[in-house]
Design a protein around this ligand. Structure first.
Ligand SMILES: [Zn+2]
Length: 577
């Protein structure tokens, strides 16, 4: 049952009790009975991340949702105005924020990958020289990944450490960075996919049932399937082909999309795996993995509060390729709605409705495909990173700086070669010339110096505030580029076809604005319009679980929590004096 524990959660009872006339209701009997059997805390915390889900998808697509999304909207708390308060709207960053309740300036995850000044190379947010990855069922993998670069413990870490006993932490995603950031330092299982296999790292536990799962249901079983639309064409918004979209290899921009690789041969090739990750079949696969973990580990039935994290990555790959106005995206959410229904039904059956709490959000949104946006007449386009780099080199050559002056431009962060920025700081003429040169590149709105962002200065500029919330000394760049709204930053040089139709990673609302949906134990259903942030999820879950996070930038979403109501027969604190 869903009624709250030893306490009577008045709001929840109000929300869950079937609508009957007062005379028809059997007074008190049911709630009191339920109160004795329900847990005093949730038995299981479920965090679901949809990679690249814009908040407006809910309003645009909900008419065709009959499953999990619909249930979360109708039975849960829906925060319409949730947004990331920072600029680095990328996957690893968003997952770290959901997981810790803090922003990059605190948790230190500034991007999916950044320039490591010490080793003078690019590193990913999870790269760990001390860790070694391992594959299930003989899957080949390389390198080593862990959460060691996370500077604030994850909610899952705190839950295990502060809980009385036996918390199990299990996460799944197609992406290492998503599974790892959700599960924290020492998940019992943090599992992702690599080139068609299931993999983890020796930083985490191994789950024997995944060996069986990987053998019994390999990803290549989806080879030869075809992604077709769920509904008649007339049910889809916008046109079938967005201008500027870039289909994965072996596909074009129109349905159906066969998962048969590039050559349509007999065996899965690299193109097949790329098609698979860019299809709803991967969402269904992750759902099955999560259900198997619930069954095999009896999640929600142990001594402690268990944690299950699932990050659905395919919407991101699909959105990058086809854009937010594509039929592919709308259909992805129709199919994900069904997967979520199945997952929630499974949780009801195995853990019990009302015994678990679920939080769903996204790691970032996405900008429309620039060519598509240009049709509105808006100033939209492509900001090319190689053009920025060339402008800086040309400028500093005039001031006799050694070439190359720039070590790397990663995301919107400019990293100078060793010693160059220290010199520039004392060379006003050169630094001003560099800033002017960067601002002259098409699509650049502004550029910040690191010194303007450190320690999160008080400012009335929303952009500077967002850039500062993203800034972490030693990891962020020396200069930070701010693109103009609706301009896509790309590493592709001009004249070359770009890898993606569109992307994300800016301080604009289309990248920051994401849904937050909470449902289950302790949650007061409703539609909430107050400002919120995905950084609020971990503090809210911590409050429900009765634990304390070391630091958080988010707040407890108190308006969506069921208020404890004391029985009138109990003496109040005042009466006791
Ligand atoms: Zn992405």
């Amino acid at each position: 049952m869903i009624f709250g524990g030893l306490f009577l959660f008045a709001g929840l009872i109000k929300a869950q009790t079937p609508k009957v006339s007062p005379s028809a209701a059997k007074p008190l009997a049911k709630p009191v009975q339920a109160a004795r059997t329900s847990p005093t805390r949730p038995k299981l915390v479920v965090v679901i991340v949809v990679d690249q889900m814009r908040a407006d998808y809910v309003d645009k697509f909900r008419a065709h949702w009959t499953g999990g999304f619909r249930r979360l909207l109708e039975k849960g708390a829906w925060f319409r105005e949730a947004a990331y308060p920072y600029a680095a709207t990328e996957t690893c960053v968003g997952h770290a924020t959901i997981s810790t309740g803090s922003v990059p300036a605190s948790h230190g995850i500034v991007a999916n990958a950044w320039w490591d000044r010490e080793s003078q190379k690019m590193i990913t947010c999870t790269a760990d020289p001390k860790a070694a990855n391992t594959g299930y069922a003989g899957a080949k993998t390389k390198d080593g990944d862990s959460a060691w670069r996370l500077r604030v413990p994850a909610f899952a870490d705190e839950l295990r450490f502060q809980g009385s006993a036996g918390t199990r932490v299990v996460t799944f995603s197609l992406k290492a960075r998503s599974a790892i950031m959700l599960g924290g330092y020492k998940a019992d299982g943090a599992t992702w996919t690599d080139n068609g296999g299931l993999v983890t790292s020796n930083a985490f536990g191994t789950l024997p049932f995944l060996e069986e799962f990987a053998k019994a249901r390999p990803i290549k079983q989806d080879y030869g399937k075809t992604w077709t639309l769920s509904l008649p064409n007339s049910d889809y918004l916008y046109g079938e082909n967005a201008a500027g979209a870039v289909a994965p290899p072996g596909w074009d921009l129109t349905f159906p999309h066969p998962l048969r690789g590039k050559a349509a041969g007999a065996d899965p090739d690299d193109a097949f795996y790329q098609q698979w990750t860019t299809s709803p079949y991967a969402d269904t696969y992750l759902t099955k993995l999560a259900e198997t973990a619930i069954d095999e580990m009896s999640l929600g039935k142990g001594k402690g509060i268990d944690f299950l994290g699932v990050s659905y990555s395919s919407p991101d790959y699909i959105g990058h390729a086809f854009g937010p106005r594509s039929w592919e995206i709308q259909d992805t959410y129709i199919k994900l709605d069904k997967d979520l229904a199945e997952l929630l039904d499974h949780l009801d059956a195995k853990v019990g409705a009302g015994n678990y709490v679920v939080a769903l959000s996204a790691d970032h949104g996405v900008v429309p495909v620039p060519e598509d946006m240009q049709q509105t007449g808006a100033d939209a386009g492509i900001l090319r990173v190689p053009d920025v780099q060339q402008k800086i080199e040309d400028t500093l050559a005039k001031f006799n700086y050694p070439s190359p002056a720039v070590a790397r431009i990663a995301s919107a962060d400019i990293y100078f070669s060793s010693g160059v920025y220290d010199k520039l700081k004392n060379d006003a003429a050169a630094v001003n010339a560099v800033l002017e040169a960067i601002r002259s590149v098409p699509g650049v709105a502004d550029v910040y110096r690191a010194e303007e962002l450190v320690d999160r200065p008080a400012t009335r500029s929303p952009i500077r505030s967002a850039e500062a919330a993203s800034y972490f000394p030693g990891r962020s760049g020396d200069l930070l580029i701010v693109p103009k709204p609706y301009w896509l930053i790309t590493q592709s040089p001009s004249g070359k076809p770009r890898e993606n139709g569109t992307g994300h990673g800016t301080p604009y609302y289309y990248d920051q604005h994401v849904p937050i949906l909470l449902m289950g134990w302790g949650i007061q259903p409703g539609e909430y319009f107050a400002s919120a942030s995905p950084a609020d999820i971990a503090p809210t879950l911590a409050s429900l679980c009765g634990i304390t996070l070391s630091t958080h930038d988010g707040r407890v979403l108190t308006e969506a929590l069921v208020k404890k109501q004391h029985s009138p027969s109990q003496p109040s604190a005042t009466n006791l004096r």
